[in-house]
Design a binder for this molecule. Structure first.
Ligand SMILES: [Zn+2]
Length: 118
């Protein structure tokens, strides 16, 4: 449970396009040469939504906020936000690796959530 999964993106060595690591070729120029870029530091909230119909895994919660954030090096991530109130696009957040729920087998699931900086 201490395995921290880094938030990673692939940066195209040919055109610099940033994209998710699941794509084998650059969506922009079709190159297959990438360097791996890790998210680091604080990030900015680009957009968010409040989910009221949650997946079964979150059966102990009524709702949560889901946001898209962008780090300084251009890495973007989608994740749960630490609170639902006082959210504003453009605000600064800090990623925290923590348990977010138990899956349907009761196994603890860890992921990044994003917490507003005070
Ligand atoms: Zn490219």
């Amino acid at each position: 449970m201490n395995i921290e999964e880094k938030i990673k993106w692939n940066k195209c060595k040919n055109c610099g396009f940033l994209q998710h690591t699941t794509h084998l070729r650059c969506l922009q120029c079709k190159s297959d040469k990438f360097e791996s870029i890790e998210a680091s530091g604080i990030c900015k909230l680009l957009t968010y939504t409040i989910l009221n119909a949650l997946p079964m895994e979150f059966r102990d919660q009524e709702s949560y906020a889901l946001g898209v954030v962008e780090f300084k090096n251009g890495v973007k991530a989608l994740g749960q936000l630490a609170n639902k109130d006082n959210l504003k696009t453009g605000m600064l957040l800090q990623p925290i690796y923590k348990k977010i729920c138990n899956d349907l087998n009761g196994t603890e699931v860890y992921s990044y959530i994003f917490k507003p900086l005070e």
